[in-house]
Ligand binder design. Structure first.
Ligand code: ARG
Length: 467
């Protein structure tokens, strides 16, 4: 017998049951569903909508069911469609007809919205925590490599020397923005929809503030129609999740490139790589490749939900049941990617020698040589020309700018003096960028300090919010 069977004269077609059921995936929400029901039934009892004894009996029944589900002793059924009706059915079996009073003043429409708010709220905080842990690892790596110089790239061509710390700190800021985005969306995810009923509210004298307080919600929906049809908080979550994946994917891409024989900048730990079944020499960076590869599916879930919502009339439509799997899958995908990236970065070996050599050989100090000639009195346009020719000479002779003798320099431009070598050292080239957001040692050290303070602030925030 269906919980809604009264109006029907026929059994539901078995294929329809299977097609419309969400229990295969929304059983993931059983903790949230029971937590919400416990708060709801307590309020029903307190407000005299049901008798206190009944509320107590229902609470106890719900807790028993929770234990059974946790212990894996419950078999859900597609004929009860979703987690909400499966639990209600179990409750009635457990405590008898009193169980049928749980759903007073509530609909599955506000119930499912409540469950998803609770679920995504917790996952939002999990993600902020995981991002913070990754940022911490990157900050530590950056601290180890303040004095490691590599060529910074534009167009994937060597451009100007940068400190490896500076490069890593760029990622710290990307993940910092990701955490900020989640912190901001937390305000909206932490809004309680319960009390909206199916669409227009409820005739029972409920006190939803009481439920909100118990469940740790900071705000309530003002409009019942919005409460049951709003999925913006899920879109926001998927959008933030997509951007996190994009950032992880860019980092992964660099690790893949850098660990290739051609770059030779880093070596990933053996524990994070796999071999080839045919080529004995291979050590493949599967983990960053898979992170890069899985980015598309999270972005896809965001597009998919936006598409589901874009033409839906108010309020609840069954289409909305499609909001769940993409969110669940994104949570799992991100969890794995973040949990692996942190130890992979922590455990990678950096070949500072190779980085430095590439920075020196790549003429990444050519701009600085031109600037040097300008300080000696040459107009910039002429300096550019002189340096261009010197680069050409070096290219022909397989040299870098610092390999040229003073005589060779003077032949090109008599203004050059012995101090040119000091000027062209890659560290000094980097340290000349000491204004604003530049890569100078002093700036990098300041930023490192600032990032640690920001990380502390996020950790403090995590301690003040409700799960
Ligand atoms: N399983 C449904 C979902 O996930 C729950 C809400 C169903 N509401 C309804 N009126 N059929 O969206």
């Amino acid at each position: 017998m269906k919980l809604w069977g009264g109006r029907f004269t026929k059994q539901t077609n078995r294929l329809v049951e299977e097609y419309t059921a969400s229990i295969p995936f929304d059983q993931k929400l059983f903790e949230e569903d029971i937590r919400g029901s416990l708060a709801h039934v307590r309020m029903l009892g307190e407000c005299g909508i049901i008798r206190p004894g009944e509320a107590k009996k229902i609470s106890e029944g719900l807790k028993t069911i929770r234990e059974k589900i946790r212990a894996g002793k419950v078999e859900f059924s597609v004929s009860h469609e979703d987690i909400h009706m499966n639990i209600e059915k179990l409750l009635i079996e457990e405590i008898g007809p009193t169980g049928g009073k749980l759903h007073t003043g509530r609909s599955r429409n506000d119930q499912v919205a409540l469950d998803m708010h609770l679920y995504v709220r917790a996952r939002t905080l999990d993600l902020v925590k995981a991002l913070t842990a990754l940022q911490e690892v990157l900050v530590e790596k950056a601290e180890e490599h303040v004095d490691t110089i590599l060529p910074g790239y534009t167009h994937l061509q060597r451009a100007q020397p940068v400190r490896l710390a500076h490069h890593l700190l760029a990622y710290v800021d990307m993940f910092g923005r990701d955490a900020e985005r989640l912190k901001d969306s937390y305000k909206r995810v932490n809004t309680m929809p319960l009390g909206a009923g199916a669409i227009a509210g409820t005739t029972f004298p409920i006190r939803r503030e009481r439920v909100a307080e118990e469940l740790g919600f900071d705000r309530l929906y003002d409009n019942s129609m919005d409460a049951v049809s709003d999925r913006d908080y899920l879109v926001e979550f998927l959008s933030a999740a997509s951007l996190i994946m994009v950032h992880l994917s860019r980092l992964s891409e660099e690790l893949i490139l850098w660990s290739s024989e051609e770059f030779g900048y880093v070596e990933l730990d053996d524990a994070f790589c796999t071999g080839s079944s045919m080529m004995p020499q291979k050590k493949n960076p599967d983990v960053p490749e898979l992170i890069r590869g899985k980015t598309g599916r999270v972005m896809g879930h965001w597009v998919s939900l936006m598409t589901t919502l874009k033409a839906l009339p108010l309020t609840y439509n069954k289409d909305m049941q499609e909001d769940k799997e993409g969110v669940f899958d994104s949570v799992e995908t991100l969890k794995g990617a973040l949990a692996l990236t942190a130890p992979m970065v922590a455990g990678m070996k950096v070949n500072g020698e190779k980085m430095r050599r590439n920075a020196e050989e790549g003429f990444s100090n050519a701009t600085d040589l031109a600037d040097y000639l300008v300080t000696k009195g040459l107009p910039f346009r002429e300096a550019h020309e002189v340096v261009g020719r010197l680069v050409l000479t070096c290219l022909h002779e397989g040299k870098s700018l610092t390999d040229l003798t003073l005589e060779e320099y003077r032949e090109a431009c008599p203004l050059v003096e012995e101090d040119v070598y000091e000027k062209l050292k890659v560290e000094n080239v980097a340290d000349a960028r000491n204004a604003g957001s530049g890569t100078a040692r002093s700036r990098v050290l300041e930023v490192l300090k600032k990032k640690k303070i920001e990380l502390d602030e996020t950790r403090n925030w995590l301690n003040t919010v409700r799960y």
